[in-house]
Ligand binder design. Sequence first.
Ligand SMILES: Cc1cc2nc3c(=O)[nH]c(=O)nc-3n(C[C@H](O)[C@H](O)[C@H](O)COP(=O)(O)OP(=O)(O)OC[C@H]3O[C@@H](n4cnc5c(N)ncnc54)[C@H](O)[C@@H]3O)c2cc1C
Length: 557
Amino acid sequence: MIGAGAAGMTAALVGALEGLDTILCEKSDMVGGTTATSAGTIWIPGSRQSEAAGAPDSIEAAKTYLAALLDEDVDDSRVAAYLATGPAVLDYLQQKASVAFTPPPVHPDYHARPGAAIGGRALGVLPFDGRKLGPDFARVRPPRREFMVLGGMMVGKTDIPSLLHPLRSLENFAKAACLLARQALDRIHHPRGTRLIMGNALVARLLSSLKKHAVEIRYQTQLTELIEDEGKIAGGRFTTNDSDISIRARRGVVLATGGIGWSSELRSRLFPNDTQRYSLSPDSNTGDGILAGERAHGALAQDIRSPALWMPSSVMQQPDGHLSVFPHIMLDRAKPGLIAVNSGGVRFVNEANSYHDFVEGMIRSHRTTSSIPSFLICDRSFIRDYGLGLVHPGTRDLSAFIKSGYLFQGDTIAKLANEIDVKADALAGTIERHNRFAKSGVDEDFGRGASELNCFNGDPANKPNPCLRRIGPGPYFAVAVWPSDLASSAGLRTDANGRVLTSERQPIPGLYAAGTDAASIFRGTYPGPGTMIGPAMVFAWRAAMDIAGKLNELGLT
Ligand SMILES: Cc1cc2nc3c(=O)[nH]c(=O)nc-3n(C[C@H](O)[C@H](O)[C@H](O)COP(=O)(O)OP(=O)(O)OC[C@H]3O[C@@H](n4cnc5c(N)ncnc54)[C@H](O)[C@@H]3O)c2cc1C
C-alpha cells in the first residue's frame, strides 16, 4: 500500500485483517496526509450508526439524490458498489478495529435536490486520545496550523460557542474550562493538544489499529516507479533516506498517494488557468501515484466535470515566514453581513453555498470579469461577531492583519473599493441592494439563506434570514480569496473493485488505486460533506478485499 492517508491506511489495515502480508509505504515521516488535516467527515448513506443515533437514512433516498445530481453518470458501477458496500465498511472497521463513527444530528447535503439528507448521511469519527499512541503520537500529521489555537489545540464546530462565550451559561463555562485545562496539561508533555477530533481522530484511530495488528509502516519511503513483470504489476521502486530500494508485491499494489496535490505537471495539464496557485494538500502530495500509474499504462478518467474540489482561501505571509492558506469553510462565508464581489464590485454567487460551489461561481464569473481573487466584504460588527478568515471573532486590534496586506480597510465604501481596486460605484450599489435584501429577508439575486445548507452554516439567531444582515456603517473590510483545491477529482480510471484501467478500460493486473489517486466516483461534483473520504475508505476496503480474494464471496456489488 503506497501512501498513508485514509485510503492507504484503510487498505493496509483491511489487508492485514484479511491475512495478507501488508507493507504501508509513506513518503513523509508522518501518517495522515490531507486526511489528517480534514474535517474527517464520511458520507455513507444508510448506515446502522445513523439509525442507532436516531437519524435514519436510506440508500434509496441517496440513489434518488445522486440521480438528480449526476444524471446518466449515476449508472457508473462504482456508484452502485459504493452505496452497497459503505454501511458494511463502517461496521467492519468499527467491529474489527478501533475506528468508530457517529453522525451529527444535522449535516446537510450540499444541494437541495430530491433525496437530499439533512442529517444521518454524513458521519464523524469519535474523538481519540492521542496519548494512547505513546511515542507514535508524533507520527500523526498535525492539523493545519491555521485551525489550531493556544499552541496546538484542535477546535471543533461544537466547541466554538463555549470558547467564545464561556460566561453565557454554566454549560459553556464547564466545557471551556475542561478544554483549556486539558490543553494546559497536554502542553507540559506534548508539542500539541492530544484531544484529537475530526480527520486527526480518524488517522490516529487507523494508526492505533495498524499498530495493534503489527502492520509494517515504512516512513520516508517514496514510490518512484512501479515494477512490471510479465504484464503484471509486481511491486515498486522507492527512494528512502539511505538508498533506492525495490519492494516486491506478491498479490497487488494499491496507489493511495493523495492525488494531484502539488504536482506542477498535473496542475498545469488538468486545472483551469488561474486556479493552480494554492493547494490544501501537504507538501508530500506531488502526484506520484497518478504519474506512476500513467507510466504503467493506467488511463486518466476523461469524463470529469471539475478536475478538483475547491475551497476559497485567503492567504497571509506570517512574520515567521509561514504562508497561511486559510480555507473559508463554514465560519464566516455564510454568516449574515458578508458578501463576495468580483473586480466589477458585483456579487456572483450565493456566498452561503458549499465552498466548491462558491469557487465554481468564481471560475464562471472570471470568464467575463476578473474574479480571481474575489473579495469577501463586511463591516466591523461582522468581525466582532464571526471573525473573518484568520481574524478570530472579537479581535480588537486588526493592525497586524492590515499591515501585512491580509485585511483591507476603508472608512467608506469608496475608500475600500480603492484599496482593493474594484469599481466603487458598483460596490456601493451592490451593498445597498444587499442591505435591502437583509431587511426583507429575501436575496432576490442568489436565494441566499433559502436552503438547509445555508441555514445550517448561517446564524439561526439572525432574523428574518440567518444569512443576511445589513452591512455598514463603516469602516468596511475585505479579504481576498483564491481558489484552492481540497482534493483532486481527476485521477486514474478504476473499476468497482479499485483496479486501475487502461485507456481500453482493461484492468492492469496487480494495480489498484484508492482515495484521490482514483478519479472521483461523483465525477467532480460535490454531493455532500464527506464525499471524498467516504469513497477513499470504501474503495480501499474493496481493493484490499479483492487482493485477498474475498470480495466476490461477500456479494457486495
Ligand atoms: C481542510 C480540508 C477539509 C476536508 N474535509 C473533508 C471531509 O470532512 N470529508 C471528506 O470526505 N473530505 C475532506 N477533505 C478532502 C479529503 O481530506 C481528501 O480527499 C482525502 O483525505 C484524501 O485521502 P487520500 O488517502 O487519498 O490522500 P491523503 O490523505 O492526502 O494521503 C496521501 C499520503 O500519501 C503520501 N504520499 C505521497 N506521495 C507518495 C509516494 N510517492 N510514496 C509514498 N507515499 C506518498 C503522502 O505523504 C500522504 O501521507 C478535506 C480537505 C481539506 C484540505
